[in-house]
Design a binder for this molecule. Structure first.
Ligand SMILES: Cc1cc2nc3c(=O)[nH]c(=O)nc-3n(C[C@H](O)[C@H](O)[C@H](O)COP(=O)(O)OP(=O)(O)OC[C@H]3O[C@@H](n4cnc5c(N)ncnc54)[C@H](O)[C@@H]3O)c2cc1C
Ligand code: SF4
Ligand code: SF4
Length: 405
């Protein structure tokens, strides 16, 4: 069964992605739960993974990791964003009786790109949740209806800002067990904005059934008639978008890889496959449940990211400083669009590059848009990622250890 409850209206908030907490019985819980106020990653990592992320090696980029794979569900599932690992993990939890319900998103009945929070109790219905939608929807407002329905053991599938709030509140919620399946997330925007983006990519946006920013530097579009189109990143009409196209939240978000999930399922280091980060024993338990269904391999890593990240930081610095983004001449865009998949960083190096870019973006955009929030909102892991690119905390931008209480 799929239950789509009605929710209260959200309480007014500043930086907010409407994760659902402000629609709960106690909207003041936002103060404790919100990623955009004063997140404490080391404390929550200690609670959930029994230790904070290491400050060297790949944990510096991706957070606590017990095992990391290039992965594919075989066969891939119809309608999935990649191979359907995310929804299959949850489906298996329902099949095995480990959980009574899964809290996730399904497409809105009238707009397939708009996410709608849903409680799913029948494993076969997980097929409805497959695929990526663009936009925000109050996932965590499902927690109280799930409790009211008597569900004690649940799985939650969410993006990082939703999972941060879930982790901050989970001990007060009274569930016996929560399995957390996370996906990475970047550059989200409102569903309305997304429709205007689609309309810039094609004359027939209503026929687009799939969109993904792939790790080979192309956006893939699929259409209702089964055709596919690949657009190099550098040919995207990004500089034509209005300044507020990406809300400040998603330009200043501090967690790309869903560091507090039990297992993160993405694609960035997958080189065409998916990318799995098993973060703790519960994540491993979920992956073990799919034994024989998943192809696993060590992720590869090629190229050097530093010059790409440096160029990105420089452009973002100019854009965030109010100067027009330097436009690349069209002939050079074509050449670079051809070169990037061949010489640009790939596999883990691509994922490291994207995580560093996002960290730099967070600092530069917060400095411009919400400077008073930097001190509390930017965790050390973000400062550490941005430091090699000349972005270090300025006076008053970081809480010193003796101020932390
Ligand atoms: C806005 C956005 C940006 C993303 N950016 C990246 C990225 O930069 N790098 C990367 O590696 N991965 C990113 N992802 C994750 C990626 O798109 C895939 O979802 C992931 O690789 C899982 O693929 P799958 O085939 O296993 O998922 P599926 O089995 O198809 O399941 C997808 C799951 O995601 C949920 N979901 C879909 N849309 C939303 C939404 N708007 N909000 C919350 N949950 C949603 C669905 O309900 C479903 O449970 C992003 C996801 C979103 C929603
Ligand atoms: S994102 Fe969630 S926790 Fe943060 S202010 Fe909005 S509703 Fe509250
Ligand atoms: S980019 Fe960050 S803030 Fe925006 S929706 Fe994704 S996780 Fe939330």
């Amino acid at each position: 069964m799929i239950t789509i409850p009605d929710f209260k209206t959200p309480a007014p908030r500043g930086l907010c992605t409407d994760c659902g907490v402000s629609r709960m019985d106690d909207p003041s819980a936002c103060g404790k739960a919100c990623q955009f106020i004063k997140p404490d990653y080391p404390e929550l990592e200690n609670k959930i993974h029994s230790r904070p992320a290491k400050s060297d090696g790949d944990e510096r980029f991706f957070g606590v990791t017990q095992a990391m794979y290039r992965a594919a569900l075989t066969p891939p599932r119809e309608g999935a964003q990649w191979t359907g690992l995310t929804t299959r993990l949850a489906e298996q939890l329902l099949e095995s009786g480990k959980v009574d319900a899964v809290l996730t998103m399904v497409p809105d009945a009238t707009d397939r790109w708009r996410p709608r929070p849903a409680i799913i109790t029948d494993p076969a219905d997980m097929a409805e949740a497959r695929g990526m939608r663009m936009g925000y929807a109050p996932l965590l407002a499902l927690l109280e209806p799930a409790q009211d329905a008597g569900h004690k053991r649940i799985a939650v599938i969410g993006i990082p800002c939703q999972i941060y709030a879930l982790r901050a509140l989970e001990h007060d919620l009274g569930f016996d067990r929560i399995y957390v399946i996370g996906t990475p997330c970047s550059d989200n925007t409102t569903t309305a904005n997304f429709h205007s983006f689609l309309a810039r990519l094609t004359d027939a946006p209503e026929t687009v059934t799939y969109l993904e920013f792939r790790a080979d530097y192309h956006v893939e579009l699929r259409f209702r008639d089964g055709t596919q189109r690949l657009i190099p990143f550098l040919k995207l009409p990004l500089s034509d978008l209005p300044d507020d196209f990406f809300p400040v939240t998603c330009r200043t978000c501090v967690d790309y890889t869903n560091r507090l999930a039990d297992i993160t399922v993405g694609y960035m280091a997958g080189e065409g496959d998916q990318w799995l980060l098993v973060r703790n024993a519960r994540g491993q338990e979920m992956l073990d449940g799919l034994a024989g269904e998943v192809t696993l391999a060590a992720p590869g890593s090629r190229g050097k990211r530093q010059s790409s990240v440096k160029g990105f930081v420089e452009n973002t610095r100019l854009a965030a400083g109010g100067l027009p983004l330097r436009r690349m001449p069209d002939w050079l865009r074509g050449v670079m669009g051809w070169l990037m998949p061949r010489i640009g960083p790939r596999g883990l190096e691509f994922a490291r590059a994207r995580v560093e870019m996002k960290a730099a973006e967070t600092i530069l955009h917060l400095r411009r848009e919400e400077p008073a929030k930097i001190k509390n909102m930017v965790p050390d892991h973000v400062w550490n990622l941005a430091a090699p690119y000349g972005l270090e905390p300025q006076e008053g931008e970081q809480i010193k250890p003796d101020q932390s209480t």
